[in-house]
Design a protein around this ligand. Structure first.
Ligand SMILES: [Zn+2]
Length: 275
């Protein structure tokens, strides 16, 4: 078994935190150089002094771990808290987005495989969300589009998946998207099922964002309708392709409803897409 000995100056993000037994805490961490791994913080809930407030969800740590000779999970020895990102745990909406972003990665990342670009994406987007730079909905739009591009799952939004007509020539009222083919469809290429439809302005917004690499896009202004429709499209697209109804997404949807962020164009449930 590969030994995970983390130098304490390496950053890692806490993606999941589970209380274990009476005293311990198990963290799922995402490190820039080591990828995803779990570590146990022994007696973290018994002795508050040792890790006091430094094992919180979504924070960036410099963990110092040791690997037991007998094998098993690395043990956290010391932790330096680098960025607490505390606003991500006090604001329900921001907490919902941070949890959703991390849940996607917990599922997608392979244990111990470095994904430095994905790490940089998560860390920078959590920071922007914490600092309130840009609306959470727009940040989530960007996060999902960039994740899909980095993971090779980006939806094809530029040409029709049937006849390859360019999207900008498609004059139908709403542009349809075929989940099975991961592509938009023009009015004449009519599939039977697994369809989501979007306003042309939404598809143009998504196309434009797919081309953008800079971090400033979170502060761009979009029409509320395009941003929300794009957001709900990406959430159902990711759930469809990863075969998962994300628990954090259900939470997010309920806090959004409470906050009045729930237009009529909400995507239909994933179970209907799979039918
Ligand atoms: Zn076509």
């Amino acid at each position: 078994m590969e030994c995970i000995s983390m130098k304490s100056e390496e950053s890692a993000i806490v993606m999941r935190r589970v209380e274990y037994g009476d005293f311990d805490v198990i963290l799922t961490l995402f490190s820039r150089s080591k990828g995803k791994f779990s570590a146990i913080a022994k007696n973290a809930r018994k002795s508050r002094r040792r890790f006091s407030g430094r094992l919180e969800l979504f924070s960036v740590l410099h963990p110092d771990c040791s690997q037991p000779k007998s094998g098993g999970m690395p043990v956290l020895q010391e932790v330096q808290l680098m960025e607490p990102f505390e606003n991500l745990r006090t604001d329900f909406i921001r907490m919902g987005y941070a949890a959703y972003w991390c849940e996607i990665l917990c599922l997608w990342l392979e244990e111990g495989a470095a994904q430095p670009e994905v790490y940089d994406l998560l860390e920078s987007m959590l920071r922007e969300l914490h600092l309130g730079k840009g609306k959470p909905e727009v940040l989530s739009l960007l996060y999902q589009l960039r994740f899909l591009t980095l993971s090779g799952l980006a939806p094809g939004l530029d040409v029709c998946g049937g006849c390859e007509a360019p999207m900008f020539d498609v004059r139908a009222g709403r542009i349809r998207f075929d989940y099975g083919r991961s592509r938009i469809l023009c009015g004449t290429c009519s599939p039977l099922a697994r369809i989501f439809s979007m306003a042309p302005g939404t598809v143009k917004t998504l196309c434009w964002l797919q081309e953008r690499k800079d971090q400033g896009a979170g502060r761009m202004q979009f029409s509320r309708e395009a941003a929300l429709e794009g957001l709900f499209f990406l959430e159902s697209f990711i759930s469809f392709h990863m075969g998962r109804d994300f628990r954090s997404l259900k939470y997010l949807q309920s806090v959004r409803r409470t906050a009045g962020i729930s237009p009529e164009i909400i995507s239909f449930p994933v179970c209907r897409l799979k039918a």
